[in-house]
Write a protein that binds this ligand. Structure first.
Ligand SMILES: [Mn+2]
Length: 471
């Protein structure tokens, strides 16, 4: 076990201390951690009127990222994470919690090694029964012959289709969404979850500092990506929680740019939107830096505006407020700034502000980068902020080269075409000065009893700090 506090010293002598060590002992299955899975199962079964919950850890082939990770609901309720295994939860007192072994084959033994034995699974995860893969499905098949409802992750299409076929019914209402039972629980993070998110944020912050120090004109964007993801791996994060975005120059204005293969030039901005995953929880932090280490006057203006908006939003994030209040606070700062700069003609015209902002400023964070929560749907009862919620705040401003030409395509259905033409003509000369400027600043915020804690606080975002680190 190494115990190094990582500092990044720059020639000017400034040190960024990020309290993260190369040590994954915090991922071991402690009694407290195992208890947290059990508590969730009890809470779930308390709210389960009838029927049962069937969860799939997903299989080796289903990963869409660097490596395998279990289905979020499966992991959240069991703590178990072996590929292609299943869990069954019900209020049947003899079989309240059943886990399956993975399918047995000599191929999997040779290629991936053996799995835990049934007795080891029982000792560790505490199921009432561990069944072989085949026996598990015999049991499920018998349950499917009843007309009890089945709760499952409806986004797992393979499982859903498999169950419908086995049940031989088209009665879709028998198959219900586990989200109805669990999302409200997942929204409020417990201390052990916050610990993982904090560590994910610390590793990500360190990666950002290292990227800032490495960044120089002439480098490829993917070289920065490699510094970032190399740091993730080095600190025990097996993979990013989502594809890393390192977009420079014109690419800084593309929201989900993932090619990362352009050569960066002096005068470019570099927008990094990245997140290490740690213990299946992911960070999501964005920082925007000048490739040559110094913001131009135009870049400085836009950057400071986004930063001021972001801080205004973070201040509003406290218990009792709606997440919308953060969004609106940021929007108001940005609208006023854009108006002062001559980039919009009317602060009350939502479409004008939207033209630069392009996306919402906030989402929940947890096992998923866009974690469960109320985004306007009906899944979760209340969206008033409560202690234990974790959400991102990520205002951004983007000046695409063809931006003004795209106005009719974006707003043509709701704004009069002469108004669009006039707008483009009025703001055009000012807009031209900012072309290829894309700035996004994103932090991860834990709501606490008194307000909030910025989990991503170790990632520098003040202009002076970034410039000094890059000197
Ligand atoms: Mn985000």
């Amino acid at each position: 076990m190494l115990s190094i506090v990582s500092g990044c010293q720059n020639p000017a002598g400034r040190t960024w201390i990020i309290p993260v060590t190369i040590d994954t002992s915090d991922l071991s299955y402690t009694p407290d951690l195992l208890k947290s899975f059990e508590t969730r199962r009890i809470q779930l079964l308390d709210s389960l009127q009838e029927g049962y919950v069937l969860l799939h850890a997903t299989d080796q082939e289903s990963y869409n990222r660097h490596g395998y990770r279990p289905n979020n609901y499966f992991y959240y309720l069991t703590g178990y994470d072996a590929p292609d295994t299943y869990a069954l939860l019900s209020n049947d007192t003899d079989h309240a919690f059943i886990l399956s072994m993975p399918p047995e084959s000599i191929r999997s033994l040779i290629y991936t090694g053996g799995s835990l034995h049934a007795s080891e699974i029982t000792d560790l995860f505490g199921p009432d029964t561990v069944l072989s893969y085949v026996s598990f499905w015999h049991f499920v098949d018998s349950l499917l012959q009843t007309d009890l409802p089945v709760y499952l992750d409806r986004s797992d299409r393979d499982l859903f289709n498999n169950l419908k076929q086995r049940a031989g019914v088209i009665a879709e209402e028998r198959f219900r969404d586990i989200a109805l039972l669990v999302d409200q629980m997942r929204l409020l993070k417990g201390p052990l979850e916050v610990e993982r998110l904090q560590k994910a944020c610390d590793i990500t912050s360190l990666a950002l500092v290292k990227a800032m120090k490495a960044c120089a004109p002439g480098m490829f964007e993917f070289e920065i990506e490699s510094v970032i993801e190399g740091t993730f791996l080095q600190y025990g994060s097996p993979m990013p929680g989502f594809p890393s975005i390192t977009g420079s120059g014109p690419n800084s204005t593309i929201l989900h740019y993932e090619s990362n293969n352009r050569i960066m030039e002096a005068g470019d901005l570099l927008l990094m939107d990245i997140g290490a995953e740690y213990g299946y929880y992911t960070a999501d932090i964005s920082r925007t830096i000048p490739v040559n280490g110094r913001f131009s006057q135009e870049q400085r203006i836009i950057y400071q505006l986004v930063l001021d908006a972001q801080k205004a939003a973070i201040e509003r994030l406290r218990p009792g407020n709606m997440p919308e209040e953060g969004h609106m606070a940021a929007r108001d700062v940005i609208a006023e700034g854009l108006y002062q700069l001559g980039l919009i003609t009317d602060t009350m015209a939502d479409w004008q502000v939207q033209f630069y902002m392009l996306h919402r400023f906030s989402h929940y964070l947890g096992l998923d980068v866009h974690d469960v929560g109320n985004y306007g749907g009906a899944r979760i009862e209340s969206s008033i902020l409560e202690p234990g919620m974790v959400l991102t705040i990520e205002p951004g401003l983007y000046f695409r080269e063809e931006g003004l030409d795209q106005l009719p395509a974006i707003f043509g259905n709701r704004v009069d075409s002469t108004e669009l033409v006039n707008f483009a003509r009025t703001v055009g000369p000012v807009y031209a000065r900012y072309i290829n400027t894309g700035v996004r600043i994103e932090d991860d915020i834990l709501i606490t009893r008194d307000g909030n804690i910025i989990l991503s606080r170790y990632a520098p975002k003040e202009i002076a700090d970034i410039e000094q680190l890059m000197r």
